[in-house]
Design a protein. Structure first.
Length: 142
């Protein structure tokens, strides 16, 4: 029984470590806050720390968005939620063929710091990532 409770505790710790941890804006490094304020003037964010990086979650022009920053203030990517119907047709076709009977729960457009665009489809608890043309790249556990 003791081994089981230790296992449950270990899984809980790993789960929370893998997910972003909400943090107070006061704990976000000044370069990160300055970079965010410059890129998204007048926008208020809710912050999370995720694997050493800082994620700002916010609303802009009616869109749910997030931006991911390194501690030095460099933005590595931004993400905007989009309607599933706005995903490229090839993404929808890929999911229909490779995830039979499953539906896309959410869609997102990811823009990397270098301008590269990817699309994300959340299917069956996994994030399925595609390039700008809708070509499958990888699957990540959500």
């Amino acid at each position: 029984m003791k081994k089981l409770s230790m296992l449950v505790m270990a899984i809980t710790v790993i789960t929370f470590a893998a997910c972003g941890q909400k943090i107070d804006a006061a704990k976000v490094p000044a370069p990160v806050k300055a970079s965010f304020a410059k890129q998204y003037p007048g926008v208020t964010a809710k912050w999370e720390k995720e694997t050493g990086r800082y994620e700002a979650g916010f609303q802009q022009n009616g869109n749910t968005m997030s931006a991911l920053y390194e501690a030095n203030g460099t933005m590595s990517e931004s993400e905007m939620d989009i309607k599933v119907s706005d995903l490229p047709v090839s993404v929808l076709a890929y999911v229909k063929e490779h995830y039979k009977g499953k539906s896309i729960k959410e869609g997102a457009k990811i823009t990397k710091a270098d301008g590269t665009v990817n699309y994300e489809a959340e299917v069956d608890g996994k994030d399925v990532i595609f390039n700008a043309k809708g070509k499958f790249l990888k699957e990540v556990k959500g």
